[in-house]
Design a protein around this ligand. Structure first.
Ligand code: ADP
Ligand code: ADP
Ligand code: MG
Length: 669
């Protein structure tokens, strides 16, 4: 029996695991890095142990720190969640050595499945077909080039130890291959500590479908149906659902059979997922898979959709299995009902290259509709830092059928209000409301095909900038004398000295500043912006604003901190910075982008993964001089000009702030 469980993770998954523990009467121990002091998962736990600085390598990825925390807190079990140490065989081995129960599969299964090469050879022996490709031990260029020729281009290079969508490269023709192999090898070595590569035929219209397995230590093994995870970006899942739409019964049966075959072959004794790929065009004809892709020997991000259709708690299963219990149900007792869809709410900017976003969550209002589940790691006051991945929450919609599940999930996304940190919420809503999503025609190229020019932020459906200006006004000290400012609730307008009741404001949004003039007029406000004048009436209360602009009335939610003001309208949010307009020589007001000259600067806060140049070296404009890692993504930073490198101000491993100078170039001539 597990009495006290340490969750070696953070964010939504740590909170989710603790929820089940609470229900089962198991005490919980959270671990946290300095960046997570005061995080939701720390508050959710019965106890918490600090394990190190913000850098994951020295905290959540530190085996010693985790084992030490378990011993100090007297935890008798460790649950790893996903990511971090969840797929390192060393953790269960260390647990065993210290008499701690490991909530996960045997170290052997983790090791075998952690190598994409070894797992594919094992699958082959078990009679499970993999994507056509090369999974050999010979790793020299010649062997790999010969193999690629036999597979036929295009091919996909993968790091055998890779994961999380990283370390993959598409190669369309033979001449590109040597260079791609060299860089893939270097990246695999640096990123995963193992340079081994495998090659796969690049499937052009792939569907990603995976099967949830559960095994115990008594030799029982069942599947818990499939999940469709074809909506991806950059090889990472964005939307997942169960059951997979438009799936031929024979393919579904083949998937279950293959997954069980593989699980049996490795005597799988925990919760795990076997991932498959199939070709959307030819699978039905029997020539397009399903093919085995890899196995994840852990709880998966998207496990809630399986819970939704089966009514089971997969974390409870994991815990009971780890305690040595037999599976609670036989295959014939497990049934699926209805349809469930999950979206991953990330702190990122889908309209600008999915740039990660950081900051403080100032408002997080969860949807509460029927059939809606929200798994979150944040709440108001949480800080989103660049140290970990960008997922904030998952929203899951469940209904008797797929169309209704989509409806519920769309409504839930409209209802969810997140202020303080930008997210991909609107993007997710656009995906699930797209007609092609509704028909269930899903492949991993859905996003590039549906948004060929990238996703664009929709236009404002209400004057949110005016709302921001009136919130600003309402927060100023009360004026002397009468005026419309009393309508701004308990707050009042400033008293402008020279021009009483008139002020020019600098309103900044997404880095662009505009000038807005605000004055009182006939019991309301007059606002002049972009050369046009509108009339507004406002009623302001704490966090709410009702605004009529030229007779059209809308409701807003707002939060303000200093000069920053966040406005939500019908579920969409915008961030402003509002301050009095100060004329400068250039006619602009504050905030102008500093002309960085020929310096390459960090485009966002993050960690330097590589500096590719040295002082004295010549570079050409556009050449990659540095690589920045932020929220598990890599950003290549190009030289701003051709010339000579005259300064290098950072090195690999450094944490840098946004705007930090990294490399200085003296332009030629
Ligand atoms: P799932 O397969 O459960 O959907 P993902 O592939 O999206 O999961 O990965 C889940 C989490 O685990 C992500 O935070 C991802 O960054 C992390 N992750 C997965 N594999 C690795 C790995 N080999 N190294 C580092 N992080 C990984
Ligand atoms: P990871 O360990 O990073 O999750 P996977 O092997 O599971 O790596 O692949 C991740 C994603 O990359 C898949 O879900 C799929 O979208 C895409 N992918 C993988 N292999 C292929 C392939 N051979 N052809 C086309 N796409 C692929
Ligand atoms: Mg995968």
């Amino acid at each position: 029996m597990i009495r006290k469980l340490l969750v070696a993770n953070r964010g939504e998954i740590a909170c989710r695991i603790m929820r089940t523990c609470k229900r089962l009467g198991i005490r919980t121990v959270a671990v946290y890095s300095d960046a997570d002091h005061g995080a939701l998962h720390v508050e959710t736990a019965d106890e918490a142990v600090r394990i190190g600085p913000a850098e994951a390598a020295q905290s959540y990825l530190s085996l010693d720190a985790i084992i030490d925390a378990a011993k100090r807190s007297g935890a008798d079990a460790i649950h790893p969640g996903y990511g971090f140490l969840s797929e390192r065989a060393a953790l269960p081995l260390a647990c065993e050595a210290n008499g701690i129960i490991w909530v996960g599969p045997s170290p052997n299964a983790i090791r075998q499945m952690g190598s994409k090469i070894e797992s594919k050879r094992l699958a082959e022996r078990a009679g499970v077909a993999s994507v056509p490709g090369y999974h050999g031990v010979m790793q020299d260029d010649e062997s790999l080039i010969t193999a690629a020729r036999e597979i036929g281009f295009p091919v996909l290079i993968k790091a055998s130890a890779g994961g999380g969508g990283r370390g993959m490269r598409r190669v369309h023709s033979e001449p590109e291959l040597p260079e791609a192999l060299a860089s893939a090898r270097a990246e695999a070595k640096a990123g995963f500590g193992d340079p081994s590569l495998l090659l796969e035929k690049l499937i052009l219209r792939p569907r990603h479908i995976e099967v949830q397995l559960a095994g115990d230590q008594h030799g029982n093994l069942v599947h818990l149906f499939e999940r469709e995870c074809s909506i991806q970006r950059n090889y990472q899942k964005v939307v997942e659902e169960a059951p997979a739409p438009n799936l031929s019964p024979w393919i579904r049966a083949a998937l279950f059979e293959a997954a069980l075959k593989l699980g049996k072959a490795i005597h799988y004794d925990s919760l795990g997922t076997v991932e498959f790929i199939l070709d959307g065009d030819s699978a039905d004809a029997g020539t397009g898979g399903p093919w085995f892709l890899e196995m994840n020997t852990r709880l998966q991000v998207e496990h809630p959709v399986t819970e939704a259709i089966t009514g089971l708690d997969l974390v409870e299963w994991q815990i009971r299995i780890a305690e040595g219990n037999a599976l609670p149900l036989r295959q014939s007792d497990i049934a699926a009902h209805g349809s469930a869809i999950e979206v991953r709410l990330n702190a990122e900017d889908p309209a600008h290259g999915y740039r990660p976003r950081t900051g403080k969550v100032v408002l997080f209002d969860e949807p509460t509709g029927k059939g809606i589940r929200v798994d979150t790691g944040v709440r108001p006051g949480s800080t989103v830092t660049p140290h970990y991945d960008s997922m904030l929450a998952k929203v899951i919609g469940r209904a008797p059928d797929r169309a209704a599940a989509i409806e519920r999930l769309s409504a839930a996304l409209d209802e969810l209000t997140l202020l303080g940190v930008g997210s991909n919420k609107e993007f997710l809503r656009d995906i699930i409301s797209h007609p092609r999503f509704r028909t269930g025609e899903l492949t991993t190229s859905f996003i590039p095909e549906v948004f060929p020019d990238g996703w664009q932020e929709p236009r404002d459906s209400a004057p949110v900038d005016i709302a921001a200006v009136l919130v600003w006004a309402g927060r100023q000290p009360p004026p002397k004398g009468p005026g419309p400012w009393g309508s701004l609730g308990g707050f009042r307008m400033f008293s402008a000295d020279a021009n009483r009741g008139r002020i020019a404001l600098a309103v900044e949004r997404d880095g662009e500043t505009s000038r807005v003039e605000l004055s009182d007029s006939q019991g309301g406000f007059q606002i002049r912006r972009d050369g046009a004048v509108v009339n507004a009436e406002a009623a302001l209360a704490s966090s709410r604003l009702v605004l009529s602009v030229d007779g059209t009335r809308s409701h807003y939610i707002w939060v303000a901190e200093g000069e920053r003001i966040w406005i939500a309208h019908e579920g969409r949010s915008a961030e402003f910075s509002v301050r009095p307009w100060i004329e400068t020589a250039g006619g602009g007001a504050g905030g102008a982008a500093a002309g960085g000259g020929n310096r390459v600067t960090a485009s966002m806060p993050g960690q330097i993964s590589a500096i590719r140049v040295e002082v004295g070296q010549t570079v050409t404009a556009g050449e990659i001089v540095a690589v920045l890692e932020a929220m598990k993504l890599l950003y290549s930073l190009p030289a701003s000009a051709s010339g000579k490198v005259v300064g290098v101000f950072a090195s690999a491993g450094d944490n840098v702030a946004a705007g930090a100078a990294l490399v200085e170039i003296e332009p030629e001539g």
